[in-house]
Design a protein around this ligand. Sequence first.
Ligand SMILES: Cc1cc2nc3c(=O)[nH]c(=O)nc-3n(C[C@H](O)[C@H](O)[C@H](O)COP(=O)(O)OP(=O)(O)OC[C@H]3O[C@@H](n4cnc5c(N)ncnc54)[C@H](O)[C@@H]3O)c2cc1C
Length: 466
Amino acid sequence: MTAPRQHAIVIGSSVAGLLAARILSDHFERVTVLDRDSLPDEPEPRKGVPQATHVHILLRRGGLILEDLLPGFDVELAQAGAPLINWTSDFVYFTPAGWGPRFPSTLTTRGGSRGLLEYTLRHRVAARSNIALEARCEAIGLLTNEDRSKVTGVRLNYRDRTSDARSNLPGDLIVDASGRTSHVLDWLTDLGYTPPAETVIDSHLGYATRVYQRPPHFAADWRVMMVRARPPYGTRGGLIYPIEHDRWMVNLGGAGDERPPTDDPAFVEFMRTFIHPALYEAIKDTEPLSPVYGYRRTENRWRHYEQLTRWPENFVVLGDAAYAFNPIYGQGMTVAGLEAQALDRWLRTAQGCLDFQKSLAKVVRLPWLLATNEDSRIPGVEGNARPNRLDALLQRYIDEVVWLASADAVTFETFVRVSHLTAPPTALMQPHIALGVLKRWLRRLKPAGQSTDSIPAAPAARLPAG
Ligand SMILES: Cc1cc2nc3c(=O)[nH]c(=O)nc-3n(C[C@H](O)[C@H](O)[C@H](O)COP(=O)(O)OP(=O)(O)OC[C@H]3O[C@@H](n4cnc5c(N)ncnc54)[C@H](O)[C@@H]3O)c2cc1C
């Protein structure tokens, strides 16, 4: 990027936009972040991010990136009441293979609501002296030079102004981080550019989420509970996830005909249909604090900017506006962190904006494969998701890993580390695990996990977080 570095503009002040702004503030004299929404002074969900009423797991990799970009972020979350979660000792996980093992490890993340995560992030980013946030300010188009080869700014609509609501904001780099509902395809078309091809893989997963007060005397030594079927055992599942103020977010999911209901008492009854009743048992007598929120826009969507040959300079797209993932794998915010790191690397070079889009495609490839490979197993999945022979073999391998993980600590921890994007999927091929899978294949072992009845006890010893 060779343009002057005076003013960068970010469209969208959610996780991807705020992390991009944090990076841009190191490279530009000033950064303006626009959002069409009101930005609350409290850690609460807001209209412009409708997914904020649902569980948002910050994966370990994402937590590490945020801490690196904003030192002290984790402590701030802790001070706001977000609980620490150890994913091998505080997490009880039931799959068709049975309960996963529980043992000490250092695999921790910070829980908390999406509202709290975003509020803390916004407040930290806005505290930087060269970043300004503009709420209720909607980007309605891009400004360009005469031959439309460069984006030179953003056309704005100030939502609360009765006069002079429309104005132009010039900038040296414009970043679109306006999420799944971004208008970027229309804007590019209006400027005479060919919009990118899209790959969409849709498992038709539905979400239903409700907040509960954790009962004060609830006797349990776990912090997160997940009960989840996998094809061919169905797609229904649910999660109890701890958020600040001793509350639980209860998130139910299912694909196609198995999508969860959003009304009472069907929400609770749905948990009874799971492959294990533990979630239902934990919730059935608990007082809800919120209505049930539904969500259905969960498809994986890759916009192939990296394949384009013509692209305006001084303009990039990132976050959900470029690549959106089925949220059940909890990757979106962590991918936004990885993309912010890629933005930093790119700004240290003199490459063009299309080169940035190409570098992003490399960054998201792995999370995309993890999400779509799993989704392609779901009956009724739509999109170009038919696995080739190698994918099919890998899926069978992963199936065996899941069975193995229910009884083997090394396999379980490796599986969780891969899911948290802190270990590459090849870690699942290490000799210990490969041998275990091979033995299962050779003996044609029947599914055999731990006892399917009771939740395994927490380990006596705990390792310090880290
Ligand atoms: C149901 C659900 C559950 C999820 N769970 C997880 C999870 O567990 N873990 C995880 O890491 N990720 C999760 N995600 C994904 C996560 O929400 C996103 O990946 C993350 O918020 C990054 O998105 P973003 O910042 O690109 O866009 P968004 O979060 O969608 O934000 C876009 C922003 O742009 C603003 N905006 C839009 N248009 C304009 C405009 N024209 N002008 C100005 N502002 C505009 C909006 O108001 C909004 O603030 C989940 C997503 C969903 C749908």
